[in-house]
Write a protein that binds this ligand. Structure first.
Ligand SMILES: [Zn+2]
Length: 174
């Protein structure tokens, strides 16, 4: 079960490409463009290589660091849940590699929040939604009506949920 976590990958082969490989993020997926002539093992090798490159780039710009994630959570909590000071002082907010089925989780008892590292490849408004969702669990541990009312203060909540469901569907189909 120690499978390496990576975001959904879509490989596009192009007959016009000879030896160049490129990769970019598109709607929560990583699109890797490879020459049509590549073998399956070359394809796998290059996917690993390009994902590693993206990861390094994100680590460099600080997006994938726990410190930046926590600071972001605190900013969001102050803005959206100002009357709930416990949201602005979570004990920890961390990226984790071992969450395959869930995008985020929260343990209200000890004030800890974890986000799947797969989210680092997704648009920031989607990451903000997952953060606000988990932060709201510090007020309501369940998915009750008051919980969703709180989350709905984020205007892109609905859209972000649809986005994540779309990604999950794509993964299930793959
Ligand atoms: Zn939840």
């Amino acid at each position: 079960m120690a499978r390496k976590v990576h975001p959904p990958v879509e490989v596009r082969r192009s007959p016009r490409r000879r030896s160049t490989v490129s990769a970019y993020e598109e709607q929560g997926r990583v699109v890797v463009m490879i020459p049509d002539a590549f073998s399956k093992s070359e394809e796998r090798e290059w996917i690993d290589h390009m994902l590693e490159r993206l990861r390094r780039r994100q680590a460099r710009d600080g997006r994938a660091s726990d410190t930046a994630l926590k600071a972001r959570a605190v900013r969001l909590a102050k803005r959206y849940y100002p009357e709930h000071p416990q949201c602005a002082s979570p004990v920890s907010v961390r990226w984790v590699d071992n969450q395959h089925r869930r995008w985020g989780s929260c343990t209200p008892d000890d004030g800890t929040i974890r986000l799947s590292r797969r989210l680092t490849m997704m648009p920031s408004w989607v990451i903000d939604y997952v953060l606000l969702h988990e932060l709201a669990h510090l007020v309501h541990p369940d998915h009750s009506r008051p919980f969703w009312d709180l989350v709905a203060r984020y205007s892109k909540a609905e859209r972000a949920r649809g986005y994540l469901e779309g990604v999950a569907d794509t993964e299930a189909a793959a």
